[in-house]
Design a protein around this ligand. Structure first.
Ligand code: ADP
Ligand code: MG
Length: 385
């Protein structure tokens, strides 16, 4: 897909010229897994894979949306926005417009064409990229005043309330506020954040295990309940702790007898992972990339052993990565039970990494992995045509 294609398709489908183009990226979380719903810290970065929209305003209240990748056009009236199960991709667009309307914003009718190269359903958050691209398109075309943090929250609300996926805020936040060559250190409790320069002679390599993520939703809900259980169990001694974010590793260890061993291990992952994010930010700032990589391996071990959200395939990918010359760090990323690993690999070692890890992984699992070599990229941007 090229942007020329998208503009051309727009003109062919809608018989007019587009007025703007918008780009919103997918993302990968470098460290800080299963910390978001515990009010903790995450460190994602935008990747150079994105959703693009070209669009033009209309004088009526209709939205005509064309997906290049699904080869489908759908039309709806902004006065009556309903879900469309025959064009599921358009529900992200519909949901975002609905959320603007809930704020009292007038969203004009528009024609838009959308395409992207964020792999769908692999955990690199193509859905957030689509929401953020849509929100930026609405903002520019309808002249809506909204700050970036509110826009990210609006996109999250669209996914939770209209599409029906109970997602956290990280994906929409980094797709909206990320900057080129930086990771975004986010406090999921109060949404304060800091852009941390990612200046290194290394590439971000993402390996998609291609393992179907079957247990994900039920296990995810169990982990959330176990974390809440641990906080409740600690309340007699740590009455002020509202979430595991408020608990130190030492406090947890001193009070482990207050809870079942399983809850203790779940909580230990979260409190140590929060600590690792803070340390990782420090190492990025001081340029100590090898130490950053070590924390990625530690994060993986904690997710595998204490939180138990990894799987054989992800463990094999991390093990194979660790055996490669030039690998700085590797870990599973995303909710787990399949999905992707994220690896930091010295630039000159990337080609060998890509070939060798893929070959050995396939030999051991029978699955053909997808390997994406990424660069940290900018958050959402638009350009008038
Ligand atoms: P993830 O966010 O991990 O990629 P999701 O299941 O949350 O996976 O979102 C994927 C959905 O987002 C797709 O099924 C589709 O509806 C929508 N989507 C993603 N990319 C595109 C695209 N390029 N064009 C249209 N819709 C897309
Ligand atoms: Mg998603």
């Amino acid at each position: 897909m090229t942007l020329d294609n998208l503009a051309e398709t727009f003109s062919r489908v809608f018989k007019r010229a587009p007025e703007i183009e918008v780009r919103a990226p997918g993302r990968v979380n470098l460290i800080g897994e299963h910390t978001d719903y515990n009010d903790g810290f995450v460190l994602p970065t935008d990747i150079d894979r994105a959703i693009w929209i070209t669009a033009a305003g209309r004088t009526d209240t209709l939205v005509r949306a064309h997906s290049l990748d699904f080869g489908q056009t759908t039309t709806f009236d902004t006065k009556r926005i309903e879900k469309d199960d025959n064009a599921v991709w358009s529900n992200y667009i519909r949901g975002v417009i609905r959320e603007f309307q809930k704020r009292g914003d007038q969203v004009k009718g528009m024609d838009l064409a959308v395409s992207g190269n964020v792999p769908k359903g692999s955990g690199l958050s193509s859905s957030a990229a689509l929401e953020v691209a849509t929100a930026e398109t609405c903002r520019v075309i309808s002249g809506i005043q909204i700050d970036p943090v509110s826009m990210a929250l609006l996109c999250q609300a669209a996914e939770r309330q209209f599409v029906g996926v109970q997602c956290g805020i990280m994906d929409q936040f980094v797709s909206t506020l990320g900057r080129e060559n930086a990771a975004l250190f986010l406090d999921c409790r109060d949404l304060s954040f800091e852009l941390v320069p990612l200046e290194m002679q290394a590439r971000i390599v993402i390996c998609d295990s291609r393992k179907q993520r079957s247990l994900q939703t039920s296990e995810y809900n169990k982990r959330r309940a176990e974390c809440e259980g641990a906080v409740r169990a600690l309340s007699p001694v740590l009455g002020d702790a509202k979430a595991l974010r408020d608990v130190t590793p030492q406090q947890l260890d001193e009070n482990k007898q207050l809870m079942p061993e399983l809850w203790y291990r779940r909580a230990r992952h979260v409190v140590t992972e929060n600590g690792r994010v803070l340390s990782a930010v420090g190492f990025l700032k001081s340029g100590d990339i090898p130490q950053f990589g070590r924390l990625m391996y530690e994060s993986h071990a904690s997710l595998r052993d204490d939180y138990e959200v990894s799987c054989a395939e992800l463990d094999i990918l991390v093990e194979l990565a660790s055996q490669q010359q030039g690998t700085i760090g590797a870990r599973m990323t995303g909710a787990g039970f399949g999905g992707c690993t994220v690896n930091l690999v010295a630039s000159e070692a990337v080609a060998d990494f890509q070939a060798t890890v893929a070959e050995k992984y396939q030999a051991r699992t029978g699955l053909k992995p997808l390997v994406y070599v990424c660069s940290p990229s900018n958050g959402v941007m638009h350009r008038k045509l």
